[in-house]
Structure formats: structure tokens, C-alpha cells
Write a protein that binds this ligand. Structure first.
Ligand SMILES: Cc1cc2nc3c(=O)[nH]c(=O)nc-3n(C[C@H](O)[C@H](O)[C@H](O)COP(=O)(O)OP(=O)(O)OC[C@H]3O[C@@H](n4cnc5c(N)ncnc54)[C@H](O)[C@@H]3O)c2cc1C
Length: 423
């Protein structure tokens, strides 16, 4: 049977950083990364959300390390510019301007190169099927194309975005009763934005909504020109009312996402200026904003977040406004207090009651409003790297992740160019 020191479930932006950090310290063949798709990156690549943010705040860089280096090299290789205002104060600009556009294909291919160079055992097209206690760690059942098999791992890290591994292990999770909407992204081409008659399109849209041909949510907040058409179909529609944490929910949101795109396509084809409309690329998966979070040893509250609380076991910073996409076509948007940068404690990465277990990415232990800021990619990458480092120490020191030496943890993170809050 294959045995690993660390097994990471899910190769989204959090899982990638966790696996790279662990493999770069532990060496070849000791870290396994399991991913259900045939490409890494998760929401960043297959969800079409290739805008990681936010790495800079209050005039300085607050998140660095493996994730930032991956984003930076992707940007350099593909020739995307780095915005020159990153060192400005975020309050002077709208927060999405601090996201960094990257080429998703280059990002994924580069990540493959780095994973191979670090000696990570990557298993694409493989699902986590079950996990149970075994020896000092875990026995994880994987489902590959040829069927089921078990692997051993001393420490596991849940980076599934939906807390699937935590749930399978019997850990407690918070399930959102009403989730923020998902967004099915495409790349719409074949029209000239500058020449469109937005008033007419909006009028036609309102009438089509009344006739039941299209829905308000199909163009996000109901403003057609600014949302869907300006972004060319990127991150614009809202797929409401579905918790996509399991396969059943995933199936529903994928189908609802494509149905929304189809309504948009049919509507636009009837408008002036859209004779040559094409939905050139459709993201392979609907982007999912929230499903579940873990119940961790520590939970980050919105008060912690907006007051820039520096936890005494902080492993990274996080910076974003509270950004809850409400289902009633409303955006709850609240800024972090001027000059402050919130932090993430180690305890928010450790599911309560589970041994040799960590979690990272958008599922970290947090209340709903805090999570609406913590879920962005820069923070997911930083928590991934921190979880990877904590797993390394839990293996080396043969202890629980909650008992690792914090100075050692900070040392590993700093050695790998992360920014760790000063306590
Ligand atoms: C519409 C939308 C817009 C957004 N806009 C931005 C933005 O502009 N900037 C920004 O920084 N962030 C943005 N976000 C947030 C951000 O993209 C996500 O929260 C973040 O990418 C989540 O990363 P993750 O690694 O935690 O999870 P994911 O990206 O979901 O990765 C999880 C990975 O685990 C795999 N997986 C899941 N279950 C299993 C299993 N059982 N077995 C094996 N593999 C499994 C998945 O295939 C996936 O690859 C947006 C999100 C959405 C949905």
C-alpha cells in the first residue's frame, strides 16, 4: 500500500500551496495531492475566476510566499501587467482593482511543473472516497478510474473547498442554509461594447424577465450592460438557492449555471449588435462562493476581521472587504478599519475533534461574514501554505497540528517567503 507523510485533498489554490510547501520540506514521494479534475487550480482555473487577490494592503504587501510566487511567475510568463497602484491605499480604489489577472492555463501548467519539481505525488482524476483512523494517522480510500484503493497518510489536509474530507472523517461543519450565489462564467465575444444601446437592451431585458424568458439573476445584480456585457460574461450571473457542497448539489448548480448561460445567449441573439455573438469558452465548473466551513479550534468572527485582530498564533494575514453576495440582489460590503490588516490563527485551520487533521482555503473556521472576505484566493493560498507547514511539523514532531512549535512554524513559512504577522 502507498504511504505518505501528508495527503492533501483538493488541488485548488489552497491545496496547491499546501502540497508544495509540505513537499518542498519533506522531499520527493512523501506528499500526495489528490484532485478530482484533470487540472489543478480549482475555482481559479476550472471555475474561470483567474483574478487572485488581494496580496497588498495599506501600502505594503501582506501576502507573499508560494501562492504569490506562482501568480507572479504566471503573470510574467504570460505577459499580464502588474497594476502599478498596488501600493496605494485600498480605500482609494474599488477592491477588485487589486486583483491580479492571470492566464489560467499557464497557471495550471506552471503549478504542474512546480509540483513535479518538488516530488509531489499528484493524483488527478481521483476522488476522496472515505477516511478513517489508522495506525498513527489515516487510511484514505481513493477512487481512481480503475476503482477503489487505500493509501496511508500521517497527516491529512482538507482543501476540497467544501469540507468534504472533514465531513467524511466525522468532523463538525457549518452548512450554509442559504448560500451565496454561484456564477457560471463564459467568454462572450462577437459584439462591440462601445456601440451598444444599453437603455434599449435593459428595457428589452425587463420585458423578457416579465415573459419568463430570462431571470434577473442571469445578469447578477440586474444591470445588464455593466455586469454581463462589460465583463464579456465573466463572473456576472448569479445561480441562487443551491448548496453545491456534495455531488448532488454540484450537479444541480452546473445544470442551473448552463441554463442561465443559455437564457442569456438566446436573449442576446435577438438584440441589435449581437448577430455574431459567440460564447467562446465556458468554464468547466460553475464558480461556487460558499457551501460549508469547518468548525475549528478557533473561529474568526466578523468583529475579529474588521477590527484587524492579530491573533497570538497568527499564521498569515488576510485582506478584503466583507463581501457577501446576498441572494436578494444585494451586496453586503463592509471595509476593514483603516490601516489594519486582519490575521488568521492556526486554530482556524484545525477541525475540532479530529486528530492529525488540517484544513485550508475557503472552508477555514469563520463566521459567515468573516468568511465572505477570507474566501478570496490570496488568503486561500496563504492558509494553504500555513497548513502545509503545520503538517510538516506535525509529522516531524509526531504531534497534533495544534501542538506544533509556533516559532518553528514561522521559521518554515519565512524560509519559503511567506509573510507571517509579527506578534
Ligand atoms: C464567482 C466567484 C467570483 C470570485 N471572485 C474572486 C476574485 O475576483 N478574486 C479572488 O481572489 N477570489 C474570488 N473568489 C473566491 C475564490 O475564487 C475561491 O474562494 C477560492 O478560489 C477557493 O479556493 P479553494 O482552494 O479553497 O477551493 P477550490 O478552488 O474550490 O478548490 C477545491 C479543489 O478540490 C477539488 N475537490 C473537491 N472535492 C474533492 C474530492 N472529494 N476529491 C478530490 N478533489 C476534490 C476540486 O476539484 C477543486 O480543485 C470568487 C469565487 C467565485 C465563486
Amino acid at each position: 500500500m502507498e504511504q505518505y507523510d501528508v495527503l492533501v485533498a483538493g488541488a485548488g489554490c489552497a491545496g496547491l500551496c499546501a502540497a508544495l510547501q509540505a513537499a518542498r520540506v519533506l522531499g520527493a514521494g512523501r506528499v500526495c495531492l489528490v484532485e478530482k479534475n484533470g487540472i489543478c487550480g480549482g475555482t481559479t482555473t476550472i471555475g474561470g475566476i483567474n483574478f487572485p487577490g488581494i496580496f497588498h494592503a495599506c501600502g505594503r504587501q501582506v501576502i507573499s510566499g508560494i501562492g504569490w510566487e506562482l501568480v507572479e511567475q504566471t503573470r510574467r510568463e504570460s505577459g499580464n501587467p502588474l497594476p502599478d497602484y498596488l501600493y496605494e491605499y485600498p480605500t482609494t480604489r474599488h477592491h477588485p482593482e487589486f486583483h491580479i489577472r492571470i492566464d489560467a492555463t499557464v497557471f495550471a501548467a506552471l503549478a504542474d511543473e512546480w509540483l513535479l519539481a518538488a516530488g509531489t505525488v499528484v493524483k488527478y482524476h481521483t476522488m476522496i472516497g472515505a477516511v478513517r483512523d489508522w495506525q498513527d494517522g489515516h487510511l484514505v480510500t481513493l477512487c481512481g478510474k480503475d476503482g477503489l484503493y487505500d493509501v496511508g497518510a500521517k497527516v491529512v489536509i482538507d482543501c476540497t473547498g467544501d469540507a468534504n474530507l472533514t465531513k467524511m472523517a466525522g468532523g463538525k461543519v457549518n452548512v450554509m442554509e442559504v448560500c451565496q450565489p454561484g456564477s457560471a462564467c463564459c467568454y462572450a465575444v462577437g459584439y462591440d461594447y462601445a456601440t451598444l444601446d444599453f437603455e434599449e437592451i435593459q428595457r428589452n431585458f425587463e420585458e423578457a424577465v416579465k415573459r419568463g424568458e430570462i431571470q434577473y439573476d442571469d445578469c447578477g445584480w440586474g444591470r445588464f450592460g455593466k455586469a454581463f456585457l462589460w465583463s464579456h460574461g465573466h463572473n456576472a450571473n448569479h445561480i441562487n438557492g443551491i448548496n453545491a457542497g456534495d455531488s448532488e448539489g454540484r450537479t444541480r448548480i452546473e445544470m442551473a449555471g448552463r441554463a442561465s448561460l443559455m437564457r442569456l445567449f438566446r436573449f442576446l441573439k435577438k438584440q441589435k449588435g449581437f448577430e455574431n455573438l459567440e460564447f467562446k469558452v465556458v468554464a468547466a465548473e460553475c464558480g461556487v462562493r460558499e457551501t460549508r466551513t469547518i468548525q475549528g479550534l478557533q473561529t474568526i468572527t466578523v468583529e475579529d476581521y474588521v477590527s484587524g485582530r492579530v491573533f497570538d498564533n497568527a499564521v498569515c494575514y488576510s485582506y478584503y472587504p466583507i463581501d457577501l453576495h446576498d441572494t436578494k440582489l444585494r451586496l453586503v460590503n463592509q471595509k476593514v478599519q483603516e490601516g489594519l490588516v486582519p490575521t488568521v490563527p492556526l486554530g482556524a485551520l484545525i477541525p475540532k475533534g479530529l486528530s492529525k487533521f488540517l484544513a485550508a482555503g475557503r472552508i477555514i473556521s469563520s463566521d459567515r461574514l468573516a468568511n465572505s472576505a477570507l474566501r478570496v484566493q490570496a488568503t486561500c493560498m496563504a492558509t494553504g501554505q500555513a497548513a502545509g507547514a503545520a503538517a510538516v511539523l506535525a509529522v516531524q514532531q509526531n504531534c497534533e497540528p495544534s501542538a506544533v512549535n509556533l516559532d518553528e512554524l514561522r521559521r518554515i513559512l519565512l524560509e519559503h517567503h511567506a509573510i507571517v504577522p509579527k506578534i
